[in-house]
Design a protein around this ligand. Structure first.
Ligand code: CA
Ligand code: CA
Length: 115
């Protein structure tokens, strides 16, 4: 099976991956909001956005090695991505999106792109 098809199949199997097609911010929030309290905590945010990483990390070593990247996305400067660096980046993005700094994202904050 070509790599791209295999990846698409993996993403389709991942429950959260389909959520990227969520039509509205409130659907997006509901998909991320694992405990249903109407807000998205850092843990929920990271879990949701790591679904793609986990689907791509075929050998489950918490590193996306270059041979695990989708075909055609690896350039001369592409470096492997570690789970640790991905978590750090997501934490930084979460912090930028949490405009009122209360430690959670509400629907309004989710609807605004991180600035
Ligand atoms: Ca790996
Ligand atoms: Ca907030």
């Amino acid at each position: 099976m070509p790599v791209r098809l295999a990846l698409a199949a993996l993403l389709a199997l991942s429950p959260a991956a389909g959520a990227f097609g969520a039509a509205t911010t409130s659907e997006y929030l509901a998909d991320m909001d694992a405990n249903g309290d109407g807000k998205v905590s850092l843990g929920e945010y990271q879990d949701y956005l790591l679904a793609g990483f986990r689907a791509m990390d075929r050998n489950r070593n918490d590193i996306l090695d270059l041979d695990e990247f989708p075909e055609g996305t690896v350039g001369p400067n592409t470096a492997p991505v570690t789970l640790k660096s991905r978590l750090r980046n997501l934490k930084a993005a979460f912090g930028r999106q949490d405009r009122n700094r209360d430690g959670v994202l509400d629907a309004k904050e989710l609807g605004e792109p991180p600035g």
